[in-house]
Design a protein around this ligand. Sequence first.
Ligand SMILES: Nc1ncnc2c1ncn2[C@@H]1O[C@H](COP(=O)(O)OP(=O)(O)OP(=O)(O)O)[C@@H](O)[C@H]1O
Ligand SMILES: [Mg+2]
Length: 235
Amino acid sequence: MLQIEGLSSGYGRIRVLKDIDITLRKGEIVCLLGANGAGKSTLLRTISGILKADSGRVIFKEMDITNKRPEYIVRIGIGHVPEGRQIFGELTVRQNLILGRYCKKVEKKEMERLMESCFSLFPVLKERLNQRAGTLSGGEQQMLAIARALMSEPEILLFDEPSLGLAPIIVDKIMRNIRELKDRGISILIVEQNINAVLEIADREYVIETGRIVIEGSTEMLNNNKTIKESYLGM
Ligand SMILES: Nc1ncnc2c1ncn2[C@@H]1O[C@H](COP(=O)(O)OP(=O)(O)OP(=O)(O)O)[C@@H](O)[C@H]1O
Ligand SMILES: [Mg+2]
């Protein structure tokens, strides 16, 4: 589904990612783990076209999409739920959802159908439709950020620390929601620091350290490897 080959990128003269190789197969949940500043968000931003790659390639369904524009990448089926949610606080829930569809025009009726599909996952958003998004709780804002990304009908969703700042019970709910998205056929690449929560849902993991992948393996392998858990994951 998504193949990242030898990808390097960064900010100005600061090189952050070095020669990253990652594969996401159809229907998988793959998790990217790593300490603060390791380059996790930088990787998601490079896939989304927000940041330019210096070298390497991003391949989506056999198409080379390296350094394409962000709106093109959303349009062809890669959604991004960014770090810190980045919802539009002054706008209503409905307006945020409509903006999630800016890249692919649809009729009003189709827009309503897409929203209903989001509400089947997050019923609370329907109750809050005309409320200003900035007044939602943290958990509701995260749900809105996910729903906004779903409005573009992605085949792949990139999640950047969806559990950040949420109470454990809400984290469990969000993880269950992500699992449900997999069941709906969306392939998922998720960045998380809440390792215990994400290991419950992920099929495979990559560990990134100062811009390089240092470990990759299945959840089962990671769970059974005491050295990796202690040395790399601080568990
Ligand atoms: N806009 C920017 N300009 C310059 N350097 C940046 C910028 N954004 C991030 N960096 C640097 O790039 C490196 C990787 O940052 P990144 O945000 O990708 O880390 P991360 O793994 O997502 O960390 P966290 O877990 O804290 O979110 C860091 O050293 C950071 O200081
Ligand atoms: Mg980050």
